[in-house]
Ligand binder design. Structure first.
Ligand SMILES: NC(=O)c1ccc[n+]([C@@H]2O[C@H](COP(=O)([O-])OP(=O)(O)OC[C@H]3O[C@@H](n4cnc5c(N)ncnc54)[C@H](OP(=O)(O)O)[C@@H]3O)[C@@H](O)[C@H]2O)c1
Length: 282
């Protein structure tokens, strides 16, 4: 079957993409090796924010790499839709509806989720107001979802992973983990703290096989950034600020998710992985 794949591209195309037939054949030789390095078979993952955007893409990638996936968000309809999509990809998936701003609901998620080997803290809000207009309620709501929930989920699952000698926590940061970026406000406060949370968790649990890392996206076209996308010219201006010359899409996070969720990243911990098309270093 593989031997019948015929490459029909021009020389220029071949230079850019390589000979497809050769690459497919090469893959068939290394697939066992890749499986060993990247397979998430037998693992159970909890992905907050897994019903949309980057969270869904990461849930799908982790699931398609072999893990059972539990996704968490508030709205049931998008959760159901995401579970159906995951199942269409052959993923064993389920959902828990919970408002992660509510600590009682976070506790319920911990109890309902059971054994978790891979925790992805993706759910977040972003209240985009000038700094001086932020209310105490805006502050508390943002800190609750974007920082306290990742902290509490880590406090529950981290020690259990360490006890079993294997675990992965992937926290989702932002450019605002490391710099200011247009009305950063309290979102920036929470995302900066996510970098610190990652380092504290890594320090605590890495000696017992739990790697903890932060993914830093660029500007990604998702519902969260819809208000920014609605500003005329902003999408184009932001695309130009990425070295890659475009904004991110959720699928850009699949490879990083599988890498950081599995054995391949066993010596990578406490780090920030910029999946941002070169935005930060431009
Ligand atoms: N998009 C970007 O450009 C960008 C850039 C940097 C960082 N990030 C980060 O990437 C992550 C994902 O963002 P995204 O752009 O993919 O956003 P998104 O598509 O809007 O998804 C956000 C997810 O979080 C869930 N969520 C929000 N508030 C919640 C709450 N209180 N309780 C439980 N679930 C909640 C949402 O579901 P419900 O609404 O149903 O609850 C949804 O599943 C976030 O941490 C974000 O800060 C995104």
């Amino acid at each position: 079957m593989v031997a019948r794949v015929k490459f029909q591209g021009s020389t220029a195309h071949r230079a850019r993409h390589g000979d497809r037939r050769e690459r497919v054949l090469a893959c068939s030789f290394v697939s066992d090796y890749l499986r060993e390095l990247f397979s998430l078979g037998g693992r159970r993952a909890l992905v907050t924010g897994g019903s949309s955007g980057i969270g869904y893409a990461m849930a799908e990638a982790i699931g398609r790499a072999g893990a059972e996936v539990v996704i968490v968000a508030r709205r049931e309809a998008p959760l159901d839709e995401a579970v159906r999509a995951l199942r269409r990809h052959g993923v064993t998936a389920s959902a828990i509806s919970a408002d992660l701003a509510d600590q009682v609901a976070v506790r319920r998620v911990c109890d309902a989720a059971g054994r978790i080997d891979i925790l992805v803290n993706d759910a977040a809000n972003n209240i985009r107001k000038p700094m001086a207009e932020l209310t105490l309620d805006d502050y508390e709501q943002t800190i609750a979802v974007n920082l306290t929930a990742p902290y509490l989920l880590g406090q529950h699952f981290g020690p259990r992973m360490a006890e079993r000698g294997w675990g992965r926590i992937i926290n989702i940061g932002s450019q605002q983990t490391v710099s200011a970026f247009g009305d950063s406000g309290v979102y920036g406060v929470a995302k900066a703290a996510i970098g610190g949370l990652t380092r504290s968790q890594a320090e605590a649990w890495s000696p017992r096989g739990v790697c903890v890392n932060t993914i830093i996206p660029g500007f990604v076209l998702t519902p969260l950034t819809a208000p920014a996308q609605a500003i005329p010219g902003r999408v184009e201006r932001l695309a130009a600020r990425h070295m890659a010359g475009r904004n991110g899409v959720p699928a850009d996070f699949a490879g990083a998710a599988v890498f950081l969720a599995g054995d391949a990243s066993a010596f990578v911990t406490g780090q920030m992985l910029f999946v941002d098309g070169g935005f930060y270093v431009h």
